[in-house]
Design a protein around this ligand. Structure first.
Ligand code: ADQ
Length: 734
């Protein structure tokens, strides 16, 4: 069998197809990602899936594919579809929005369809090469839908997703058309990686507020799937950068530059010419600095390298014009015959030459308005060897969260940036301790380490995931024969057998549920638990030979039996201790409300701001637990509600009673859909029986051993089990 491989999926392949007369040739254009993955690709079997960087006419596809064969799996994109997918939806909507630049958003429904279609094309290309056991690693926002598309194909491969750009705060994110689809797309991954803790928190907030999905610190549970979250800041390759410095031509360039600027201090900026990179703000700060510090006017030079980017988009053309004008203005105002304050290079330059520039610069001036990480900041530190340098860095970059020792600035505050530049120029040559701190991060968190850590994390969570709850396959997993003593089924109703509905009047069981209960009851002792009162349950199930438990445990009646007399219960505690606390929480938590039930008090927070509600629910739970310690009352955290009821009248205590009254049965099946039901599972799991099945409906993050995704799936599993048992009974001898 072939060795399991790593499949890397990114918009672009690390090479570019170039038309060469009638033929096609391949130009190597390794970007940051290819460099980061080089070490991994040398150690394990590796396939890259991506767009080859150019439009290929259909008659040339076979030749183009042949040329690319040894480099990866090409995804050829139709020119018009590519425009919608890449230029519009990815780069004129997600890109500005995720960088908090919402004035530039453009939404076009056709572009969204094209975005979906291209993501599907990528998913199809991956499906064609993926084998069980392979690892799939999808990169960046342009392919945010791919993880979910792949999960739905049930490939038996760990799926990782890494977001290279920031994830915005919820306030910004919620303005995105297709906001649900993008989140759900990413959540299809087993592991979603971010550069910083802040982006990860923003993502969790958006999942809560947009999808109503609560999360743990490192996981988000969905029906049938647990998505893990990880903070994995990317790095650079200091070894490669160090090797450049040794090349003779780089040494020559370095000497040439040093000579040219020998009487001056050098400030360096290296950016793609993109509006997120804060180039105009940087130039304005430099201008203000020169204006306020005449002594530096001929003693300092700003070398700004700005590589052209997305040149066909209007915003980028305008930015180029703005930068050209600013450079012209500043050079005009402060230049002399012998001195040009800004050396402006508007093109790509070889990475080796960049390394000479990094080494010659006393200060790197990195001022994005927002940036996922910013590799230039890291490359500057890596390139300097043992020569300390000062990094003036925007606090809105991911790098700011990693590089203790950098001098942080707010790029919107031009005057402050000018002040920080002035200070930094005074300090050049005396910032060794700061530099050392930055080196520690850059040399320990290299690009290779980043890739290894992400992949190791992905492998671990996939393992955990495998050892957790299994999807229920009742007919395959359990005995084909009806157990000798009638088995016991304890089944929650709302959200478990029947989907939750907003209207109580529509909550009655459909025919299928009714029938499966009827058939189950012919071979087993069946109990249905519901929050509804006894009279409602009677009207729904009164004709069936099943046991009923009303009001989530307030009373139990056996199959065909009468409801017991309601015992006198002292509920004074609810009025004296619980009510004042809950009323206080209602007053201070807008949107929450109190419900008085026959045997309990419930604080509901479904309509409350979800983040506030989650906090308050935890506080209320803790306060009630403290208050009720030693009293025969239990605090239950349910679905968007906190409830207090007598301990004897909880689902768990009813389950306990049923297990006692059916002590001779060897087979117990218990299904539920929320945290209160999980407590019931724990009781059932503690009982000593040959076969115990606890099954959560709606998610695999459970203390139970099994899960299904929906009530319909549970019902069909029960149907399968009943029909198997009935068949075995029909064929049994005698
Ligand atoms: P980018 O937005 O491309 O990456 P950045 O992290 O700055 O931004 O990387 C730019 C790279 O291009 C650097 O390696 C730099 O050396 C190189 N470069 C820039 N100008 C150049 C020029 N004129 N000539 C040659 N090389 C040049 C996205 C996110 C970032 C995130 C990276 C990696 O937007 O926030 O850091 O991915 O995850």
């Amino acid at each position: 069998m072939a060795e399991p491989k790593l499949i890397v999926v990114s918009v672009r392949l690390p090479v570019r197809l170039v038309e060469d007369g009638t033929d096609w040739r391949v130009d190597a254009s390794p970007g940051g990602l290819a460099t980061a993955l080089r070490a991994v690709s040398q150690r394990r079997s590796f396939t890259w899936v991506g767009w080859p960087g150019t439009d290929v006419p259909s008659q040339h596809l076979p030749a183009a594919a042949a040329a690319l064969e040894e480099y990866g799996v090409p995804v050829f994109l139709d020119y018009e579809v590519f425009q919608g997918f890449y230029e519009q939806f990815s780069n004129q909507l997600i890109w500005p929005l995720f960088h908090n630049i919402s004035g530039r958003l453009k939404f076009d429904r056709t572009a969204w369809y094209q975005f979906e279609a291209v993501n599907e094309q990528f998913a199809t290309a991956v499906r064609a090469v993926a084998r069980p056991g392979d690892t799939i690693w999808v990169h960046d926002y342009q392919l945010a839908l791919v993880p979910r598309m792949l999960r739905e194909s049930k490939l038996e491969c760990p799926i990782g997703f890494f977001l290279h750009i920031p994830f915005p705060s919820h306030e910004t994110y919620r303005t995105l058309p297709a906001r649900e689809e993008i989140l759900r797309g990413m959540l299809g991954a087993d592991l979603i990686g971010f550069h910083t803790y802040e982006y990860c928190q923003h993502f969790r907030d958006s999942c809560l507020r947009v999808l109503g999905l609560e999360s743990e610190r490192e996981t988000i549970a969905l029906p049938g799937h647990l998505a893990h979250l990880g903070v994995h800041p990317i790095g650079v390759d200091p070894q490669e950068i160090g090797e450049y410095a040794q090349l003779p031509e780089v040494r020559d360039q370095f000497e040439g530059l040093r000579n040219r600027f020998r009487t001056k201090k050098v400030i360096l900026g290296v950016d793609r010419l993109d509006y997120t990179k804060g180039i105009p703000e940087k130039l304005l700060a430099f201008e203000e600095f020169l204006g306020r510090n005449p002594q530096w006017q001929t003693g300092v030079v700003l070398v700004q390298v700005a590589s052209p980017s997305r040149t066909e988009v209007r915003e980028y053309q305008e930015l180029k014009r703005e930068v050209d004008e600013l450079v012209g203005r500043i050079n005009g105002r402060y230049g002399t015959f012998n001195h040009t304050p800004i050396v402006y290079i508007n093109r790509m330059i070889p990475r080796s030459q960049l390394s000479a520039l990094y080494r010659v610069a006393d200060i790197a001036f990195v001022t994005p308005l927002r940036d996922g990480m910013n590799l230039v900041a890291l490359e500057y530190v890596a390139a300097r060897g043992d020569q300390p340098g000062i990094l003036v860095l925007s606090e809105f970059t991911g790098a700011a969260a990693c590089l203790a020792g950098s001098r942080l600035v707010n790029p919107h505050n031009i005057s402050l940036m000018a002040d920080v530049l002035a200070e930094a120029l005074q300090d050049t040559g005396s910032a060794a301790a700061e530099f050392q701190q930055m080196c520690e991060f850059v040399h320990s968190n290299t690009s290779g380490v980043w890739a290894d850590r992400f992949l190791e994390h992905l492998a671990n969570v996939h393992e955990v995931h495998r050892s957790g709850a299994c999807r229920l396959k009742a007919t395959a997993d359990f005995t084909r024969h009806v157990p000798e003593v009638r088995p016991l089924f304890i089944l929650d109703y709302g959200g478990t057998l029947q989907p939750h509905v907003p209207e109580v009047s529509e909550a009655e069981p459909d025919l299928r549920v009714y029938k499966v209960l009827q058939e189950l009851a012919s071979v087993a002792s069946v109990y249905v638990i519901s929050g509804r009162p006894a009279d409602v349950l009677e009207s729904w199930f009164g004709d069936l030979p099943v046991g009923l438990i009303c009001e989530d445990g307030a009373a139990v009646r056996g199959p065909g039996a009468e409801w017991p007399e309601v015992p006198e219960i002292d509920l004074t505690v609810l009025d004296t201790l619980v009510l004042p606390i809950m009323e206080d929480f209602v007053r201070h938590t807008p949107g929450s409300k109190l419900e008085r039930r026959r045997v309990s008090l419930v604080w509901h927070y479904r309509a409350t701001d979800p983040k506030l509600a989650a906090l308050r629910a935890k506080e209320l739970y803790a306060q009630l637990e403290g208050t009720l310690r030693g009293l025969p009352f239990t605090v239950l955290a349910g679905a968007r509600a906190v409830e207090v009821r007598p301990t004897d009248l909880t689902k768990s205590s009813v389950a306990e009673q049923l297990l006692q009254s059916h002590s001779d049965t060897h087979f117990v099946f218990c299904a539920g859909n929320d945290r209160v039901d999980e407590a019931m599972f724990e009781v059932v799991l503690r009982s000593q029986r040959d076969t115990i099945i606890t099954c959560l409906v709606g998610g695999e993050d459970t203390v139970g051993q099994y899960f299904v995704e929906s009530p319909a799936e549970l019902v069909s599993q029960l149907e399968g089990l009943v029909s198997l048992w009935r068949r075995s009974m029909a064929t049994a001898p005698g």
